[in-house]
Design a protein around this ligand. Structure first.
Ligand SMILES: *[C@@H]1O[C@H](CO)[C@@H](O)[C@H](O)[C@H]1NC(C)=O
Length: 228
């Protein structure tokens, strides 16, 4: 009896040890996420802030969000908080750019020679925000917003350029996740799409945080309009 108990616990220990070894060996063969990210995207100073996880979209028609609804100061502030207002600094050597072959194009640099840069996600957000504000122009006072300065055709050119940009971004991503149609006999519309699909998402808050920590205070766009 005694020796049999020992035999069982030996076996248990052995299988635990084996599991741990398999786990460790398995992990060492699994490329870390960041290696895939680096292979599949252009270089970014914010690579360290890229962290992805599986997330369910919360995309119901009536889903509440701080970014949603008729404009009010809180909604405007929420959108403003996720835009990049100042550049981050990128060491020239990190970009992989060959500065001798840039055909005489000069880049904006800080006094220590680092290049000024913005992250595209914030540009895309600014575009989406402009489209949002444009749809609510009759409901809210946007007269002090940069993108709404100038003539009506100028404003429309910005809105149109933003639509084109977001179209290009979405075509580039080409998200092929299927969404399914649910039978909804209880509703007036007997069939409804289920947009709550699963996606491998970057942690946007981490990218915002990284950008806040790394942007240079006071360095602005020097009169350039973010939306043009
Ligand atoms: C990244 O790309 C290189 C070269 O194509 C390849 O050898 C490597 O396995 C890739 N790594 C990952 C994690 O996809």
């Amino acid at each position: 009896m005694w020796s049999r108990q020992w035999a069982i616990s030996d076996l248990t220990i052995a299988s635990i040890v084996l599991s741990v070894i398999i786990l460790l060996v398995g992990q060492s063969f699994q490329p870390p996420d960041i290696a895939c990210v680096k292979n599949l995207s252009s270089w970014s100073p914010a690579f360290t802030a890229v962290d992805s996880s599986w997330q369910m979209f919360r995309n119901g028609f009536s889903e509440k969000s701080i970014y949603r609804g008729l404009p009010n100061p809180a909604i405007e502030e929420a959108w403003s908080d996720i835009l990049q207002k100042h550049p981050v600094l990128v060491p020239e050597s990190d970009t992989g750019l060959d500065m001798d072959s840039t055909d005489g194009v000069s880049l904006v640099k800080s006094s220590d020679g680092q290049i000024h840069a913005y992250l595209e996600v914030f540009r895309n957000m600014a575009c989406l925000n402009l489209l949002r504000q444009h749809t609510y122009r009759d409901e809210y006072d946007y007269t002090s917003v940069d993108a709404f300065q100038g003539s009506e055709p100028e404003i429309m050119r910005r809105v149109d350029a933003c639509t084109q940009r977001l179209r290009e971004v979405l075509m580039c991503i080409g998200d092929a996740t299927p969404y399914l149609i649910m039978l909804t006999p209880e509703k007036a519309q007997k069939e409804s799409p289920d947009f709550n699909t699963l996606h491998y998402c970057r942690d946007f808050d981490r990218i915002v945080e990284w950008t806040r920590d790394n942007q240079i205070d006071g360095g602005g766009l020097g009169g350039h309009n973010l939306y043009i």
